[in-house]
Ligand binder design. Structure first.
Ligand code: PLP
Length: 430
């Protein structure tokens, strides 16, 4: 089918990017388990390497199964192109790579996935890049943090570990005025709940490991390009606007227009960094995406039911779920994520660190894992696991204080989840 804008989300999540296999007519997208592709002749090979013709050369760069997934995610996010890679963290590096040079910085929200805080505050320093963390609710602070060396602003739509919703439009306006792209990590919301591009984001990154795959089978990542940023408006992005020596002097923006970032990410990013998604992983994620809207609806419904029950339980101090009226961020739902605030949230257990550890050990349906966005309900005590490498101040800022556990509510029967929490809370606070 042609991916006309008239099709609804439920149709596109099944069909976008996919066509019956040209060789066999196979209806489901085949897993093209191949490393290389035979050139028709030497001229064809030369055209492919010159990026004059789009086609397949080698699976570090492109693969037909991965290409279907890329087109599907780009369509669901409303972007012009997408590049998949090996994990969500790979996607973050791949998103920054065309923009940054040594000495450049990214202005990032303090409310981020713990691994992202570590990647940005420590590891990217080895590339000569740095991050400035600011509270995205303080718009003046965001504006002030952007300096001449800033090349991107980075936040999460619904922020991990949950309960926070970024005012994407307000942040996008600030980034726009400063002439830098806004990158939104849309992992926790998915394109079903939130469309960052329609709110002004330039790039959207995903850990496809989570809801997009939805069943906890494979790691993957994706960068979606809105195609709306003018890379040539300043001299800040020479790798996109100037002759790129890593691709024999090609000017990506002049040559590919709105697809400049996407082509750069394949021709240089995947070619030289090699953080490639494999076709098996793309297959599992394609299977998952077919039911994304159905799962997200149930995730949101269950999260509301469980969060409401917890909020009314005397053994719980507070619940930070943006879907609850008590949340300071519930007012942002209609503009940012009108179909719901996701299924990730934290709650504080009376009894602090010890009670949290006991709770996690007493649950039967909830799995104690460092993951989220699975069909299964998951729980983690962030302060002793995912966020343990952060300072206490960073833990607080990220919503991962010692007395708090994070849940990722699955699509089981809500009454079973509540019964499980009830018995575990009884043991934890006995
Ligand atoms: C999991 C996650 C990541 C990292 O993704 P991986 O696939 O684990 O590398 C980044 N951001 C968010 C919001 C995540 O949930």
């Amino acid at each position: 089918m042609s991916d006309g804008p008239s099709y609804g989300f439920d149709t596109l999540q099944i069909h976008a990017g996919a066509r019956p296999d040209p060789a066999t007519g196979a209806r489901q997208t085949p897993i093209y388990q191949t490393t290389a592709y035979v050139f028709r002749d030497a001229e064809h090979a030369a055209a492919l390497f010159n990026l004059q013709e789009v086609g397949y050369i080698y699976s570090r760069l492109t693969n037909p199964t991965v290409a279907v997934l890329q087109e599907r995610i780009a369509t669901l996010e409303g972007g012009v192109g997408a590049v998949c890679c090996s994990s969500g963290h790979a996607a973050q590096i791949m998103a920054l790579f065309p923009l940054m040079q040594p000495g450049c910085n990214v202005v990032a929200s303090t409310r981020l996935y713990g691994g992202t805080v570590t990647q940005f505050s420590q590891t990217i320093k080895r590339f000569g890049w740095s991050a400035k963390f600011v509270d995205f609710d303080d718009l003046d602070a965001v504006r002030d943090a952007i300096d001449d060396n800033t090349r991107a602003v980075f936040g999460e739509s619904i922020a991990n570990p949950g309960g926070y919703i970024t005012d994407i439009r307000a942040i996008a306006d600030i980034a726009d005025a400063a002439g830098v792209p806004l990158i939104i990590d849309n992992t926790s919301a998915t394109p079903y709940l939130c469309n960052p591009i329609s709110l002004g984001a330039t790039l959207v990154v995903h850990s496809t490991t989570k809801y997009l795959t939805g069943n906890g089978t494979v790691t993957g990542g994706c960068i979606v390009d809105s195609g709306q940023f003018d890379w040539s408006a300043s001299d800040k992005f020479p790798s996109l606007s100037q002759p790129e020596p890593a691709y024999h002097g090609l000017k990506f923006h002049e040559t590919f227009g709105p697809l400049a970032f996407t082509f750069h990410s394949i021709a240089i990013g995947l070619r030289d960094l090699g953080m490639t998604m494999n076709p098996q992983a793309a297959h599992y994620t394609l299977m998952g995406i077919e039911t994304l809207s159905l799962r997200m609806e149930r995730h949101v419904e269950n999260a509301m039911t469980v969060a409401t029950w917890l909020e009314n339980d005397p053994r719980v101090d507070y619940v930070t779920y943006a879907g609850l009226d008590s949340s300071p961020y519930s007012a942002r739902i209609p503009a940012v994520c009108p179909k719901g605030a996701g299924a990730l949230f934290t709650f504080a257990v009376k009894g602090g660190y010890e009670a949290c550890v006991k709770l996690v050990d007493s649950l039967e349906i909830f799995s104690h894992v460092a993951n989220l966005g699975d069909t299964r309900s998951l729980i983690i005590h962030s302060a002793s696991t995912t966020h343990r490498q952060l300072t206490p101040e960073q833990q607080e800022a990220a919503g991962a204080a010692p007395n708090v556990v994070r849940v990722s509510i699955g699509i089981e029967n809500a009454e079973d989840l509540i019964a499980d929490l009830d018995q575990a809370l009884a043991r934890a606070t006995a």
